[in-house]
Design a protein around this ligand. Structure first.
Ligand code: AAT
Length: 292
């Protein structure tokens, strides 16, 4: 008996369609910014979809959230002030919570409906909002960063959607300039950076903007996330001018962060070996984005 499938078809991955088997549609509404869909799938648990693009599934969200968080937070000693752009599901906040050195977390998510839906359907992610260090701002991150005090943050994590819809400007140079300004010297950015198979040119553009904007090192890392298009997702890591940052060999290894590993929720994907391995790039990517 053939149950219903949801098909994901998008110009961001032309010539292919992805599908996930549905048990039950749980929520479907249009917010001010996008269409928000939650369904129970047959094999990946609950799934959050925005404008027809999978943002997370319960089964593999650990890979994305743990990597986008611990790659930057483990790369500098004693991170204290962190900003999350997007990330309204709370998963990145949940991961930041493992770091006892952090004393202040701002999050700027544009769409309140994503936060509400996560609180209702994804309590294992939304738990991140309960951390008393978290300060929630509902609004456009472009405007938030324009107003952010210079040098405020040690780490900025851009957990934003693909550059169609409300996240369009989040891959453009003025946005990166406001990020560099908001970071302290030697502070780091970790930015979601798409799939090396599908978006090589976008990655190339983002890397060259980052090289112009950040005076410290610029690196690309990637991880396997089966439900993202092509099954991988990348991250751009940048440091501002200041104490040099060695992204590949974590100076603040997670195994030494007090309580991070023996947390009530175990790490499922990230460890120091995976951290270093994430920076090993396939030959074609090194060539095309001239990363050496
Ligand atoms: N952790 C889940 C993964 C995401 S969520 C991306 C979030 O960014 C969404 O909640 C969206 O509402 C928010 N967002 C988009 N634009 C803005 C903006 N301008 N300001 C603030 N928040 C914004 C990302 C999954 C990546 C999928 C890769 N294919």
């Amino acid at each position: 008996k053939c149950r219903k499938m949801v098909y994901f078809n998008n110009p961001m991955w032309p010539g292919e369609v992805h599908s996930i088997k549905v048990e039950k549609i749980l929520y479907k509404e249009k917010s001010e910014y996008q269409e928000v869909l939650v369904f129970e799938s047959s094999t990946y648990g609950k799934v959050l979809v925005l404008d027809g693009i999978v943002q997370l599934t319960e089964k593999d969200e650990c890979a994305y959230q743990e990597m986008i968080t611990h790659l930057p937070l483990c790369s500098i000693p004693s991170p204290k002030r962190v900003l999350v752009v997007g990330g309204g599901d709370g998963g990145v906040l949940r991961e930041i919570s493992r770091h006892s050195s952090v004393d202040y977390i701002d999050i700027c998510e544009i769409d309140k409906m994503v936060i509400d839906v996560s609180r209702k359907f994804f309590p294992e992610l939304a738990v991140g909002f309960e951390d008393p260090r978290v300060h929630l701002h509902v609004g456009d991150a472009i405007e938030f960063l324009r107003q952010a005090p210079e040098g405020k943050y040690d780490v900025i994590i851009v957990d934003s959607s693909d550059p169609v819809g409300p996240a369009q400007e989040l891959v453009e140079k003025p946005f990166f300039e406001t990020i560099a300004r908001a970071l302290r010297p030697g502070g780091v950015l970790c930015n979601m950076a798409e799939s090396m198979w599908l978006h090589t040119h976008l990655i190339e553009d983002m890397i060259s903007i980052c090289r112009e904007t950040f005076k410290g090192s610029v690196h690309y890392a990637w991880a396997s996330v089966p439900t993202y298009p092509s099954g991988v997702i990348g991250f751009i890591l940048c440091a501002t001018e200041g104490p040099p940052v060695d992204f590949v060999n974590p100076i603040n290894p997670i195994e030494k962060v007090e309580g991070a590993v023996n947390h009530k929720r175990e790490l499922r994907f990230y460890n120091s070996e995976v951290h270093s391995a994430a920076f090993a790039l396939p030959a074609f990517l090194k060539r095309e984005v001239s990363l050496l």
